[in-house]
Structure formats: structure tokens, C-alpha cells
Design a protein around this ligand. Structure first.
Ligand code: MOS
Length: 744
């Protein structure tokens, strides 16, 4: 019998899809209120120094201008760093817009113009005269290598590289096969479709409604309340719909501060939306210089792994991420040293960007593995297969599951890897050199504490509520599916409300943990509803449930039934009617199981196969085929899951070939702060991408068997592309992105 409620695991379209494609899913800057003002930020044109003089008199005379804020007249805000630290802040002193005359990076906001129209605000900003005293900028990571340091305060306890194991130097020296190389990656800038924007709407009663582009409404809420000393109960932050984020929206951005500052000061609704070029002055994936040394025995077994990374951070904060630790757990190896340092530059604080750290570190590791394969004279896939390890050697723990062999096998079969000829430049078609490359991907399968409220009405209507965000990942849909299945109703009967700080507590949507965390909370709340129904059903006359326990019953098509015999059941409406209830509502609170965490590590895994075709005369690279085989535990929705991996692969292709922040180190200014000159893959750059999810049962990574998918798609992609370019052309290019000039 077709059961309409068995919807987990089906490739269902997003339930918010029709709203998004018909323009009824407003982003933060698409909300309006009567009398709303527009704010426009003026950004610094130096990278370091101070504002000697700022003259706003001419700008103030522009018709429509209401007020101009600079460091000389900025309203009061918190002074202590702690008040400015958000849920995912990094160590250091968070930037406080317009706090003083100091300039710490190119594009730092130096004034906010608030006007009756966007045009008036923007034009007035152009009339502000700023006299700077510029210092000498230090923005070149290569030149600042001498000033590197180990982050003194860690952002998370697993950020530090594990202590060395074995003796990597000695093992390296003795091994018959060695490679050692330096890899560099330029900074990458976040460019989601939705720009950062905030609409702040004060009400007569002193309450404040804020629509903010964010990956966590409660993070924005709590931070802005601390900064302005606001009563948290009077402030609501919503992020109902988010036009992409990938990490850029984890920390609140200065437009939130500006919109709220002006709304409170002027007692009018205020909107501040950044321009596309301002996106380049915000968070970015830090530039990185890495050295990887690998050694293997005659059979290709790894004898030594040494990985060092140096990343950029800002003057004011110690941004840090896990770049090198992956090299200690990707493959079996007993002699490992990993180190990680950062160096201060006159730049804005870097931030998380899809698979932060891993995307950078695994690019170097997996490119180095390819170099080792050629040094040993071995197929690059085979080298990975023989170094497989089913244990977390970094933490000396078991791992919950690792269906990576299935990824290798199924991915290779689908790609046709066995047809590959080993020698570089050995495959061609006409003018095109063809190259095939492979790389492995790893990401943590994490769960964060999460709460959810679920209600079921006598008519079978379900409402799911949580502060969770949907940054384009499909959160609405998968939470709806889990509720529908748990409560035995069709997905169309479920309403999902998320993206609102008043709803049950949820951390930012990041780290690929939302499905595992909020999904578990929804399922637990659903099971609590079943328990309540059972309690009432037991009291009914001739109840078939008199002796039934909670785990023997389930909801199916509007009836509470015995799992073992669906014939025996009672309609939910009858149970509620008898109990005098119209709705049952439960609130669940879940967190990761500490006992499991103590014993196990959990990771998602993938393998990426890439075909490139390189025009021999023009050096132009096309990525003509990608097969990404992923082991991510249970897949709740193959359609939204596939979309996430596709997006990750596209970002990986951008990392490999196009995305390149260019800074003029003489001025410290970003030169290509627009998407005409900062290239990202467009449709014409993307050809055939196939995503495979291999079967992987895991009851420990999270209670619902989910490992998370937001990050895994980008991992390994840039390395696989570079390895394919080597296979096609015979030249090893170790600086990313691999642009045409480097190939020719
Ligand atoms: Mo992800 S970079 O944690 O949004």
C-alpha cells in the first residue's frame, strides 16, 4: 500500500521552491515599511592609517539626506569586546564600525549616509570629503611569512593540529619515494546572490523587527541586543529566506549594526544594503601558503606526512581554521607532523567559506598525493585505495562509518577510470589534451545542540517551528519530510516555520550540521507527540494499546497503530477528541551524545573524478566531466542533497580555475572588487557533473543517521582539477587558481 507519509529519502522538490521562483520569498533587503529610510556606507580608500579629517557639510546639503554618521558623531554602543562577540566570533577585537579614526583595511566603512532614497544616500556619500593619513600597507602573505605566529587563542579546541606522531622527518629521509612541494591559494571572496542587507523597523511600543541576511537569526539577535543594550524580548530578527551564504552569513555584518543604529537614533525604519563591491570588503577565504611533504615505500604505502600551512588574518582578529589536520587522518600513516600559523595583514578578517580550512588543506594534500603517485609510478586512485584507514589516527578513535571504498569503486566505474592511461599527455583529441584526475574529500559530520517545536492537530495538520535557517540548502523541506514521516501525514499537511529568532533555539546554519541537529530535534519532538497520543489512547475503552510501549507504535495516515500490525489502530482525531484536545504540541531539545563522541569521530567522505580538456595552443581548460561519489550517511532527500553537492563542485571548479582575489600590494587595495573582474564559474563553464550517493548506514554520527552535505561537495574538487591538468599537460601548477597564463 502506498503510504503518503513515507517521504524521507524521496527526491522531493523544495517546499519553498514556488515562493522562491515567483518572487514571494523576500530577502532581508526586500522588506518595506512606511517612511523607511535608506542607508549607504562610504568605504575607506586606504588599507591602513587614519582619518585626518572628514567633511560631510556638502553631502548634508544634498536633498533627501536625513543624517550622516561618522566616527565623530556615532551614537553610543557597547565598548567591551565581549559585547561585540557573536556566536562564531574568532579571538581578537571585533571591528566596531565608526568607533574611531583608525583604518584597518581597504573598504572599511567610514561613514553612513541615511536618506529618504537610496539614490540620495549614495550620491551624498560621493560628496563626503575624507582626508586620510595613509600608512604603509602590508597585504602580501608571501612577504609577511617572517611575521607568522601560532594562534595564541584557539577558536575551537579541535583547531590545533594534533601533536606529531612517530618521526616524520626520519621516516621521510629513509623512504625510497619522496615529494615535497609548496602550494599557494589566493584569497577568495564570497559572492552569494543575495547581498548583505538589513531592514530594521521600530514600532510604537518600543519593539524592533529586523530582517537580516544571516545564517542565524538568533546570532544576529543576541549580538545586536548586546551591542545596543536592548531588551532581547523586544527585538526580533528574521531571516526567512536567504539567497546563499556558504559561511559569509555566519557572523553578523556591519550593515546590521548600521541599520539598527540609525533606526534607533532616528526612530524610523532603516534599510542598509551593501553593494556588490562591498562584498569584497567583508569576509573572505584567506590566502594560504602550504608545504606538503610525503614519502612512501616501494609499494606506495605512506611512510611520512608533513604538512605546514600559513594563512592570512587581519590586524584586529585571529581568524583561524583547520587546514592541516585532515592530512593526519585521510590516510594510514604512522609518522605525521602538522603545523599551522597565521600572519597579520592589513585586510578585513577572513571568514568561513564552504568547508573552511578543509577546502584549502585538502587541495594541497590531494595535489601532493597525485605527485606521490607519479613518483612511485602508481595509479593515483590505487595509491589512495592502498592507504585507506578505518580509524581516526589524529584522535586515536574509532570512526562511526567510512564507506569510502564504495565511493572509490562506484565513482571509478561510473567515470570509466580503468580506461585511463597513466602517462601525462597520453590522451588527446585533436587540439585538446585530455586529463583525468582524482582526489578524496573529507569533512566532519557534526551535530550541534538544537531545539524544535512540533504540533499535530486533530485534523492532521502539522507545524514545525525552529529558529533554523535555510540558506538554500533545503532545510524547510527536509524538516517537513521528517515531521511528515514521524507523524504519519503527507508532506502537504506540514507547515515549516524557521528563520525567526523567537522560535526554538538553533545555532547558526553552518558546518553541515543543520540536518543532523534540527532534523533530530524535529524527529524527537514528533516522537514526543506519539508518546502523548499513546498515553491518551491507553485510557480509551478497549484500547489496543493497553500494553503497548512507545517504541511499538507509530503514526500512519492519521492513525496511531501498532508497528507490528497496522490493522490495530485508532484515529488521531478520536484519541484527541476523547482527551478533549484539538492539538498536541511538544518541544524537543537535543544535543550530541557525549559517550559516542568520546569513543568515535564522524566524517563524511567523497571521491571526485574530473576530466579536463586543455586547448594546447590557447591553454584554455574546460572541465568536461565530473563524477563526485559521496558517503554521507542517510540521504533525507536525494534531490536537495544532489543540489548541494553540485553547488559544491561548481565552487570547487571556481577555486581551481577562476576565483582570485587580486590586491595591489603597493596600496593594499582590492583591485577586482566586482564580478566582472573577479571570476566565478558561469553556466558556460559547467558541463557534465554526476553525483553518486553510496549506501552508508550510520547510527552514531547522529540519531537520524545523517552526516550532512553542505561542505563535502567542494572538497577534493580543486585538487582533482589540478591533477587532471597535470595528466593532460604534464605540467604541475601549484598556485591556485590555475589560470591560462600559468598553463602556457
Ligand atoms: Mo559553512 S562555511 O559552516 O556556512
Amino acid at each position: 500500500m502506498l503510504n503518503s507519509s513515507k517521504v524521507v529519502g524521496l527526491p522531493l522538490p523544495r517546499i519553498d521552491g514556488p515562493l522562491k521562483v515567483t518572487g514571494r520569498a523576500p530577502y532581508a533587503a526586500e522588506h518595506f515599511a512606511p517612511g523607511m529610510l535608506q542607508g549607504y556606507a562610504l568605504c575607506s580608500t586606504i588599507a591602513t592609517g587614519r582619518i585626518a579629517e572628514i567633511d560631510t557639510s556638502e553631502a548634508e546639503r544634498m536633498p533627501g539626506v536625513v543624517k550622516i554618521y561618522t566616527h565623530e558623531n556615532r551614537p553610543k554602543a557597547a565598548r567591551r569586546d565581549e559585547k561585540w562577540k557573536d556566536e562564531v566570533a574568532v579571538p581578537g577585537h571585533p571591528l566596531r564600525p565608526l568607533e574611531n579614526d583608525r583604518i584597518l583595511y581597504d573598504g572599511q566603512p567610514v561613514a553612513l549616509v541615511v536618506a529618504e532614497s537610496f539614490e540620495a544616500a549614495r550620491d551624498a556619500a560621493a560628496l563626503i570629503r575624507v582626508r586620510y593619513e595613509a600608512g604603509e600597507p602590508h597585504t602580501d602573505l608571501f612577504r609577511e611569512q617572517a611575521n607568522s605566529y601560532v594562534p595564541p587563542v584557539l577558536r575551537a579546541k579541535d583547531m590545533a593540529p594534533p601533536s606529531p606522531r612517530g618521526n616524520a622527518e626520519a621516516a621521510f629521509a629513509q623512504a625510497p619515494h619522496q615529494i615535497s612541494a609548496e602550494y599557494s591559494i589566493e584569497g577568495e571572496y564570497h559572492n552569494p546572490i543575495e547581498l548583505f542587507g538589513t531592514t530594521a523597523i521600530p514600532a510604537e511600543d518600543g519593539s524592533l523587527m529586523i530582517h537580516d541576511k544571516s545564517q542565524g537569526s538568533q546570532n544576529s539577535h543576541d549580538t545586536i541586543c548586546k551591542i545596543f543594550g536592548l531588551n532581547p524580548d523586544k527585538v526580533t530578527v528574521r531571516n526567512s529566506f536567504v539567497g546563499g551564504a556558504f559561511g559569509s552569513g555566519l557572523r553578523p555584518k556591519h550593515q546590521l549594526f548600521f541599520a539598527v543604529m540609525a533606526a534607533l537614533d532616528l526612530k524610523r525604519p532603516v534599510k542598509v544594503e551593501m553593494s556588490r563591491s562591498e562584498m569584497f570588503y567583508l569576509t573572505w577565504r584567506p590566502s594560504c601558503i602550504q608545504t606538503v611533504s610525503l614519502a612512501a615505500d616501494e609499494q606506495g604505502r605512506l611512510q611520512s606526512v608533513m604538512h605546514h600551512a600559513l594563512e592570512a588574518t587581519s590586524r584586529y582578529e585571529d581568524y583561524q581554521e583547520n587546514v592541516v589536520n585532515w592530512s593526519g587522518l585521510a590516510y594510514k600513516c604512522d609518522n605525521v607532523t602538522m603545523s599551522y600559523e597565521i600572519a597579520k595583514l592589513d585586510v578585513s578578517t577572513p571568514g568561513d567559506m564552504r568547508a573552511p580550512g578543509a577546502a584549502t588543506g585538502i587541495t594541497a594534500l590531494e595535489a601532493a598525493m597525485d605527485e606521490l603517485a607519479y613518483e612511485v609510478g602508481m595509479d593515483p586512485l590505487e595509491l589512495r585505495v592502498i592507504n585507506f584507514v578505518h580509524r581516526d589516527q589524529n584522535q586515536d578513535k574509532e570512526i562511526t562509518s567510512k564507506a569510502l571504498h564504495a565511493c572509490y569503486r562506484e565513482g571509478a566505474a561510473r567515470f570509466g577510470w580503468s580506461e585511463r592511461s597513466h602517462e601525462p599527455r597520453s590522451m588527446r583529441e585533436g587540439n585538446e589534451l585530455i586529463g583525468w584526475g582524482v582526489a578524496t574529500g573529507i569533512w566532519e559530520a557534526q551535530m550541534s545542540p538544537a531545539e524544535a517545536r512540533v504540533s499535530l492537530s486533530a485534523e492532521g495538520k502539522v507545524v514545525v517551528s525552529a529558529a533554523a535557517s535555510d540558506i538554500g540548502t533545503g532545510t524547510y523541506t527536509i524538516l517537513g519530510q521528517l515531521a511528515a514521516e514521524t507523524l504519519g501525514v503527507a508532506l502537504s499537511e506540514v507547515a515549516v516555520e524557521i528563520g525567526d529568532s523567537r522560535l526554538p533555539t538553533t545555532s547558526v546554519e553552518g558546518g553541515s550540521w543543520t540536518a543532523a541537529s534540527s532534523g533530530t530535534a524535529v524527529q524527537v519532538a514528533g516522537r514526543m507527540i506519539i508518546a502523548t497520543l499513546l498515553k491518551h489512547a491507553r485510557k480509551m475503552d478497549n484500547s489496543p494499546f493497553a500494553k503497548a510501549t512507545e517504541d511499538q507504535v507509530e503514526l500512519s495516515d492519521g492513525r496511531l497503530v501498532l508497528e507490528a500490525n497496522h490493522q490495530l489502530g485508532v484515529a488521531v482525531s478520536d484519541i484527541m477528541g476523547e482527551a478533549g484536545l484539538t492539538v498536541i504540541e511538544e518541544h524537543a531539545k537535543v544535543e550530541p551524545d557525549k559517550a559516542i563522541q568520546k569513543k568515535y569521530s564522524a566524517y563524511t567522505h567523497s571521491v571526485v573524478f574530473v576530466e579536463v580538456r586543455v586547448d594546447e595552443e590557447l591553454g584554455q581548460v574546460r572541465v568536461t566531466r565530473v563524477v563526485d561519489a559521496v558517503a554521507a550517511g542517510r540521504i533525507l532527500n536525494p534531490k536537495t542533497a544532489r543540489s548541494q553537492v553540485l553547488g559544491g563542485v561548481v565552487m570547487g571548479i571556481g577555486m581551481a580555475l577562476e576565483e582570485e582575489g587580486m590586491v595591489d600590494h603597493r596600496t593594499g587595495r582590492i583591485m577586482n572588487h566586482n564580478i566582472a573582474e573577479y571570476h566565478v564559474p558561469v553556466h558556460a563553464d559547467i558541463e557534465d557533473i554526476e553525483v553518486i550517493f553510496v549506501d552508508e548506514d550510520d547510527d552514531k554520527a547522529s540519531p537520524i543517521g545523517v552526516k550532512g552535505l553542505g561542505e563535502i561537495g567542494i572538497l577534493g574538487v580543486a585538487a582533482a582539477v589540478s591533477n587532471a591538468i597535470f595528466h593532460a599537460t604534464g605540467s604541475r601548477i601549484r598556485s591556485f587558481p590555475i589560470t591560462i597564463d600559468k598553463i602556457l
